[in-house]
Design a protein around this ligand. Structure first.
Ligand SMILES: [Zn+2]
Length: 105
């Protein structure tokens, strides 16, 4: 139903999403990508919002890195839970740290 979609617990066990999707603390409707540290609002598109996010180039790159280095996700998990409101500030720093961003020092 458009406009009424909320976070679906099934996403946490769906192989396609379970590696990166998480709940957003304080907003039961939204999902968060643990790799990109981005909030995904399924209100309008429902599961399609996750699907379209999963197609993003940056997300795919981070997902590949996650497979090659499981430690990356562990670090991000800590960052997500420790500082949910500061993710946008540290986002570029993290990307450059892991060599994902386009920026060069
Ligand atoms: Zn992502």
């Amino acid at each position: 139903m458009p406009g009424s979609c909320v976070f679906n617990d099934n996403w946490l066990v769906t192989p396609e999403y379970c590696q990166w999707v998480a709940r957003v603390q304080g907003d039961y409707r939204k999902a968060r990508c643990k790799l990109c540290l981005k909030d995904i609002d399924p209100a309008k598109m429902g599961e399609c919002a996750l699907k379209s996010h999963a197609k993003g180039a940056k997300h795919i790159q981070l997902l590949k890195m996650r497979h090659s280095d499981p430690g990356v996700l562990r670090i991000r998990d800590v960052l997500v839970s420790a500082s949910p409101s500061r993710s946008s500030m540290t986002e570029s720093e993290q990307y450059s740290h892991y060599g994902v961003g386009d920026r060069r020092p």
